[in-house]
Write a protein that binds this ligand. Structure first.
Ligand code: SAH
Length: 344
């Protein structure tokens, strides 16, 4: 197994069979070696600095009905909100004062936040914060819309492919959505010039090791600048309410594999990881993550953006809890970088 890990470390690519055996490997020593190589790679490339991004959840309205997601259209238990442009700008101001130089606008596909409205909002943020990166995570849009947001000043876009396997994609999403279109959107984003992020949920219902191998091979080919992976966590008011949560260990293992596959990628220790385990974020960083995304949304709406149950949004998951985050990172020998942290 160590030969395979060394190969990934040196060549950044493996065959399907090799990925498969790495994923299936239960040997504690081999898994520790994988993590050690991933950590070594991250330290060599980024030192002990972790980039921070301020996450603003701009809307929990969504026209989609993804089976795993707590803010899916048909969940009538959600109290819906859309932030106004002025509220978003004041979140950015608060974040800027705290030291954030990247703002991530994430939300459901809210039809009331039209392409014009998003373009204008990006324009306003770009004007007021010329030195900051603007990341969008607003789902599937027409190519022209992605281009307009980019022209207005957006730099990065996060759109997880969720699963590369078409059939599995179909089991997680309503029939109006499909894997081919998701991948098309990702290609548009990359072609337009966004730093593009993709990724998966680990342990989503029906996911197999072979699906994960397909995801690994896709990400190896696509070479995204950012890779977001977190465990699936059930939400009580979705069709997947009774499904088990994804494994932390497997999530960490995938994180290390992605680090070796793509040494300069920006890889967050995700909120889902931190929500599932009190030291999830630290473990993510020790496995090769180099980004954290504290919550900058107004505290009054944080409870309403529940993609899954027990989602962490306060304490060190909160932008205003930055000192706690500093302490936690220091505790494992890391520190926050207040730089914009673009991919290069
Ligand atoms: N509407 C945007 C943003 C989605 S929320 C889009 O379509 O990209 C961001 C990510 O949260 C999703 O891509 C999904 O991978 C993750 N997510 C959603 N529900 C989840 C759940 N129940 N458990 C874990 N992660 C979840």
């Amino acid at each position: 197994m160590e030969d395979i890990i060394d190969k990934l470390y040196n060549e950044h690519a493996l065959t399907a069979e090799e990925y498969r055996s790495l994923l299936l490997c239960q040997d504690a020593e081999a898994n520790a070696y994988l993590q050690q190589k991933a950590q070594q790679t991250t330290l060599a490339r980024f030192g002990n600095a972790v980039f921070i991004r301020g996450l603003i959840e701009i809307s929990n309205r969504c026209r989609n009905n993804c089976l795993y997601c707590g803010i899916r259209k048909s969940n009538t238990m959600v109290s819906r909100y859309s932030l106004s442009r002025e509220t978003i700008l004041s979140c950015c101001r608060e974040g800027y004062a705290l030291g954030f130089r990247t703002f991530v606008l994430q939300g459901g596909e809210d039809v009331s936040q039209t392409d014009d409205w998003i373009t204008e909002t990006v324009t306003c943020i770009r004007q007021e914060f010329p030195d900051c990166a603007i990341t969008l995570s607003l789902g599937e849009k027409p190519k022209e819309a992605y281009q307009r947001f980019f022209n207005a000043g957006a730099n990065r876009y996060l759109l997880r492919h969720e699963t590369f396997n078409e059939k599995h994609y179909g089991n997680l999403h309503p029939s109006e959505m499909n894997q081919a279109h998701r991948l098309q959107c990702l290609q548009w984003l990359k072609d337009i010039g966004y730093q593009t992020g993709t990724g998966i949920m680990v342990g989503s219902p029906g996911q197999t090791i072979d699906h994960l191998v397909e995801d690994l091979l896709f990400i190896e080919r696509f070479q995204p600048q950012m890779i977001g992976i977190g465990p699936f966590i059930p939400h009580a008011d979705t069709p997947f309410a009774d499904e088990p949560a994804g494994s932390i260990e497997l999530t960490l293992k995938l994180l290390s594999i992605f680090r070796l596959m793509h040494p300069s990628a920006l890889i967050p220790a995700t909120t889902a990881l931190a929500s599932l385990s009190p030291d999830g974020r630290e473990r993510g960083i020790l496995a090769g993550a180099n980004v954290v995304m504290p919550n900058l949304s107004p505290s009054s709406v944080r409870e309403k953006y529940t993609l899954y149950n027990h989602k962490a949004a306060f304490g060190s998951e909160a932008a205003e809890g930055l000192q706690l985050l500093v302490k936690q990172l220091n505790g494992i020998g890391y520190q926050i970088s207040y730089l914009r942290g673009d991919y290069n």
